[in-house]
Design a protein around this ligand. Structure first.
Ligand code: FA5
Length: 379
């Protein structure tokens, strides 16, 4: 009994003095291990008479419990101290300069979007956004394309099937908004015109860059691509304002003064009159280079987007009085103007995620476009 008490005290002192997990494990084996003295003492209980056992057992069991508790507590303390020490050793000094050059690069589409926003901000345009999952009212109806309008079919729209209506024998239904409008992926950025007019009223001066979707794929068409919408609503707005705005934008964007635009009569249900915007270019060493008059020798015209005066019916759909307010709108393909500025020839490579392509055509994250430093500056 005295022997057990003194051995327990010695074991508890050794546990308290242990300075490493290895020393603690040695003490565990010495006491509670298979051949440890506590385990051996417990085994002797089997050979005792019931009276002897009643007398001896409590001391051995309480020695085992005290040693086991002390081992657990010391183990937790040693582990916590080891973690503290590791955390102190592994601190990172964030004030040190980066050891390696930045690995990622900014995608040309993101760079061109920043360039657009910079140039249009200088012309007093704010950036507006709208949802990519749209409804057919904003994407078509309010833009003067009712349900039977042939232009709806031309947009190769992705609709959302309504799985809740589908059964094995039934055709899959169309997902609808609570107002009964069909849900779709927007086919152009023009629905942002409607949202901006309904939200802000007039006057308005916005651009709306973003992703759009059409079931379409070849070297100059991808199922997801980017457009930038422009919308100006004010009093006394006419086509001259549209032409000046586009010319000023393209001169700043391509960083050339000799940009010549041709406005070609066209048709969009949401603009009247409608014009397509062509720019003069020449071929230099197999590369299209913007600039000059498209009818000049060695030159041609290239289409960059659609535009026109906002149709009076669209103003009415968006709650504005066409007798009081007029406006112009345009929609440009961002990927196409990026191809033209930075010399890529296949649009599909934009979305392959190939690091070699990104390393070649991408931009440094530190190369922020600014008008003073040049919107197309490469680091
Ligand atoms: C439109 O989408 C009209 N919403 C533009 C508009 C806005 C007109 C405001 C008038 C007023 P369009 O379908 O032509 O128009 O597309 C405009 C531009 O998007 C095209 O000139 C082209 O540059 C680009 N584009 C069209 N389809 C694709 C595609 N699949 N892949 C890449 N770019 C495309």
């Amino acid at each position: 009994m005295t022997d057990i008490t003194s051995r327990t005290e010695a074991a508890l002192a050794a546990i308290a003095a242990a300075t490493s997990l290895d020393a603690l494990e040695a003490e565990r084996l010495e006491t509670l291990g298979k051949k440890g003295w506590v385990s051996l003492a417990l085994k002797t209980l089997g050979g005792m008479t019931p009276e002897e056992r009643t007398q001896a057992a409590p001391a051995i069991q309480s020695a085992r419990a005290a040693i086991a508790d002390a081992l657990d507590a010391k183990k937790a303390a040693l582990e916590a101290a080891a973690l503290e020490e590791q955390l102190a050793r592994e601190t990172v000094d964030l004030t040190l300069p980066a050891a390696a050059a930045p690995r990622g690069s900014v995608h040309p589409v993101s760079q061109v979007m920043d360039e657009l926003a910079e140039i249009f901000a200088d012309l007093g345009f704010a950036v507006a956004t709208g949802p990519e999952i749209e409804d057919d009212w904003h994407n078509f109806t309010a833009l003067n394309m009712d349900e039977t309008h042939p232009a709806r079919a031309m947009h190769d729209t992705f609709y959302f099937p309504d799985k809740t209506l589908a059964s094995s024998s039934e055709a899959v239904g169309q997902q609808k908004t609570p107002e009964g409008r069909e849900v779709l992926l927007r086919t152009h950025t023009s629905p942002v015109q409607i949202r901006a007019m309904l939200d802000q009223g007039a006057p308005i001066r916005i651009i709306a860059p973003g992703r759009v979707y059409r079931s379409d794929s070849d070297a100059t068409h991808t199922p997801m691509f980017h457009q930038v919408e422009g919308l100006v609503i004010d009093k006394g707005i006419h086509l001259g304002h549209l032409k000046w705005t586009l010319e000023t934008f393209f001169k700043a964007f391509f960083e050339r003064e000799d940009i010549t635009l041709r406005l070609r009569p066209s048709y969009f249900p949401f603009t009247e009159p409608s014009v397509e915007v062509d720019v003069g270019y020449s071929n230099e060493g197999g590369r299209r280079v913007v600039g000059g008059h498209g009818d000049a020798p060695g030159h041609a015209w290239m289409e960059l987007g659609g535009s026109g005066m906002v149709n009076a019916r669209v103003l009415e759909f968006a709650g504005l009085d066409p007798k009081e307010w007029q406006g112009f709108a345009f929609g440009l393909g961002i990927d196409r103007i990026a191809m033209l500025k930075y010399g890529m020839n296949d649009l599909r490579a934009f979305f392959d995620g190939d690091p070699r392509w990104l390393a070649h055509y991408g931009f440094s994250p530190f190369d922020q476009p600014t008008l003073s430093a040049g919107v197309g500056a490469r680091a």
